[in-house]
Design a protein around this ligand. Structure first.
Ligand SMILES: [Mn+2]
Length: 272
C-alpha cells in the first residue's frame, strides 16, 4: 500500500454530487486520503439535494467522504464550503460555521504569490442558456429521432391547415447554442473576476476542468467527481495545477517520482 501524502497549499473540489450513484466515492476517498492542504475549498454541488429529493441514495462511502473532510477541518485545514445550485439549501447558512467549516457564497483567495482569485460555484452565470446545455447532452441522439418525428409532425400540421415548421431545425439551433454555452460561461465568469480587479477566478458547476487565460484573467474550473475526477491545487509557491486523480489511483503502486514537477503524471499537460 502506498503511503504517499501530497501536501498542497490549497485544494479546490466541486460537483461531488454525494447522494447520487454518480459520485465516484472510491476515487474521491483515495484522493482525500493522499492529499492534504492548508486550505480546502468545497466549491458547490457537494451534496445533491435535488437528487435526494427525488430518491434517497446514501451509502456508507458518502458518510466517509463527509467524515474525511470534517477530520481535515479538525486537524487544522481551513475548510470553506461554497454551496452550489444542487445544494442551495445550504445557502441559508452563509457566514455561519459548522464544526470548523465556514459556509460562504463567494470568497477571495490569495495565493502564496499574492495573486487574488474569486472563488464561486458559478451557477449564477447560467442565465437562460442552462436549458440549451441540457439539450446538448441528449442532443445527438435526439437529433436523429427528431428528423423522423419532424416528418410526422409536419404531416399533422399540414392536415390541420398549418404551415411547415422545422422541429429539427429548431433543435439543431438549440444544440449549436449549447456548444457555445461552455465558452459563454467561461467568458462570463472571467469577466466578473476582471471587473473586480482580480487576477483570476475559480469555479465549478459545468463539470469541465479548465485552466486558461481569458481576457487577461486566469479562468480555472476544478471539474467534478462524477466523470472527470479532477481537482484544482495550489502548490506551495502559488502555482496552480489541475490534478486528475484517476491516473494516480491506477498508478499509485508505481515508483514515486517528483509528483509536484510540471511533468508529473498527475498534471499531464494541464499547467499554467
Ligand atoms: Mn452546479
Amino acid at each position: 500500500m502506498s503511503e504517499i501524502t501530497l501536501k498542497f497549499r490549497s485544494i479546490w473540489i466541486s460537483d461531488l454530487h454525494l447522494g447520487t450513484s454518480g459520485c465516484q466515492t472510491a476515487y474521491l476517498l483515495d484522493f482525500l486520503k493522499h492529499c492534504d492542504a492548508d486550505h480546502l475549498y468545497l466549491v458547490g454541488d457537494i451534496i445533491d439535494g435535488w437528487a435526494l429529493k427525488r430518491s434517497w441514495f446514501w451509502q456508507q462511502s458518502h458518510n466517509d467522504v463527509i467524515q474525511k473532510i470534517l477530520r481535515k477541518a479538525r486537524k487544522g485545514t481551513k475548510v470553506t464550503y461554497i454551496p452550489g445550485n444542487h445544494d442551495e439549501g445550504a445557502r441559508q447558512f452563509l457566514g455561519l460555521m459548522f464544526g470548523e467549516i465556514i459556509i460562504e457564497d463567494e470568497v477571495i483567495h490569495t495565493m502564496a504569490n499574492g495573486k487574488r482569485f474569486l472563488v464561486l460555484h458559478g451557477d449564477r452565470f447560467d442565465g437562460v442558456v442552462q436549458c440549451a446545455k441540457w439539450l446538448a447532452i441528449v442532443g445527438d441522439r435526439l437529433y436523429t429521432i427528431t428528423l423522423k418525428l419532424n416528418h410526422w409532425f409536419n404531416r399533422a400540421r399540414a392536415r390541420m391547415g398549418l404551415g411547415y415548421w422545422s422541429l429539427s431545425q429548431f433543435l439543431k439551433h438549440k444544440v449549436k447554442s449549447a456548444v457555445s454555452f461552455v465558452s459563454n460561461f467561461e467568458t462570463a465568469v472571467a469577466a466578473e473576476a476582471k471587473a473586480l480587479g482580480l487576477d483570476g477566478v475559480i469555479c465549478g458547476h459545468i463539470h469541465k476542468a479548465e485552466m486558461r487565460e481569458i481576457d487577461g484573467v486566469l479562468y480555472c474550473n476544478d471539474g467534478d467527481w462524477v466523470e472527470s475526477l479532477t481537482a484544482l491545487v495550489e502548490l506551495q509557491n502559488g502555482e496552480l495545477r489541475i490534478l486528475t486523480w484517476q491516473k494516480f489511483f491506477i498508478d499509485q503502486q508505481a515508483e514515486l517520482i517528483d509528483l509536484y514537477a510540471p511533468n508529473s503524471p498527475l498534471f499531464e499537460g494541464m499547467t499554467a
